[in-house]
Design a protein around this ligand. Sequence first.
Ligand code: ADP
Ligand code: DP6
Length: 332
Amino acid sequence: MNDAARTLISKAMETAKPPVEFSAYAPSNIALSKYWGKRDAARNLPLNSSLSISLAEWGSHTTVRPSSDGRDHVSLNGETLSATSKFAIKALKFADLFRGGKDIPLVIDTRNTIPTAAGLASSASGFAALTRALCGAFGLDLSESEMSLIARIGSGSATRSFWHGFARWDKGEAEDGSDSFAQPLAYNWPEFRIAIVAVDVGPKSHSSRDGMNHTVATSPLFATWPDQAEADCKAIEQAVADQDFPVLGALAEANALAMHATMQAARPALSYLTSDSWAILERLWQARQDGLEAYATMDAGANVKLLFLQDSEVNVLSLFPEAQVIDPFGAL
Ligand code: ADP
Ligand code: DP6
């Protein structure tokens, strides 16, 4: 199987040095126009392009170093994971892309400043930070676009976690995935805010990957999704360029609800949103009728993210006192 990411890594690894300790950070990101559905599951090649905003200091800190006892070790938030845990297996399988069959035992020590597997995109920041840390540990001089292409093999949404601010993942056309990676959008929008309204920060019962695959395989509503999502992505990029917040917010909210509709039509139905999520949406919609300019987006989890501009922050917080506000451009 010809794979652009694997080819890129093996070429870079020809001149790699023995690994040294290296630490990296990647912010998580929330898609304003979602990645939902793959044309190739092995390479995480998407059916549609997507566009995201980063979450500043909410993300993953990952250190990779050579292991001194000849065995691999993975720890998450200070706790050593069993080598048979799904988390450790996935992280080590990703490291294998770099090791290329050689016996190079590694320690992977990662800390998430976001809840893990709760629909707050820990897989995005996790695989982006791991990619950066592995590249650093082996002394590979790769560009961020190249690292984005590699991180895709770990998790699709990780393509968009190499920058602060807006990023767009072009779905690409090539079978080997050589044109499917993200790039930053050169637009600063310092007033842009995103707030997390936590509903459930525990791990979800179905991973995004399983939910996505189940929806594509069984939902009769999925047929209309890829074209609509592509059109939404383009229109949201234009709204970012125009700094037209009401257009951006309305498109992002409609895109998220359309994605959730495809899941609800899956057989059997899949719903990440709970009655608490819907109660938040209803509160938001009522406030919007009363003049609040804020919109919502939801991923594969019950938590709701609010989108608004700085001048609405006081009103958003009086409506949702529990919301945690993030300033995506404050980290720049
Ligand atoms: P989320 O909504 O948090 O992205 P997912 O189910 O999509 O939830 O992904 C969670 C998975 O992402 C974890 O089970 C693990 O495989 C991976 N992951 C999360 N954090 C990290 C990390 N810091 N380093 C490596 N992999 C991670
Ligand atoms: C709903 O990137 O976690 O958050 O590529 O299978 O790892 P895999 O899926 P993942 O899916 C993210 C889905 C989403 C939408 C998005 O982030 O674009």
